[in-house]
Design a protein around this ligand. Structure first.
Ligand code: ZN
Length: 88
């Protein structure tokens, strides 16, 4: 397994509680440091997902446009660091 593959595998874990998700995100960043420059993106509000019982606000990565159910510090799909200013 290469560092990039390890980072990708970790990035596919998206159902972790907040604390673990942050730890995984930091591991991804550490793994990617030597592989590729960190991408920067931000979460766009993307309406809500209704599962028949509850509504969940959804967010869309400005880089890979994949949806996420929370504003995590990193995009779990493309690994972008979500610290970019929203385009205005
Ligand atoms: Zn993304």
């Amino acid at each position: 397994m290469t560092r990039e593959e390890a980072a990708k595998t970790l990035g596919e874990i998206w159902y972790l509680p907040e604390k673990e998700a942050d730890a995984v995100a930091m591991a991804i960043e550490a793994l990617k440091e030597d592989v590729a420059p960190v991408k920067h993106a931000y979460w766009e509000e993307y309406g809500a997902l209704f599962d028949g019982v509850d509504e969940y606000p959804m967010y869309r990565c400005s880089d890979c446009i994949v949806l996420n159910y929370k504003k995590s510090r990193y995009c779990p799909y493309c690994g972008a660091k979500m610290d970019k200013e929203e385009d205005k």
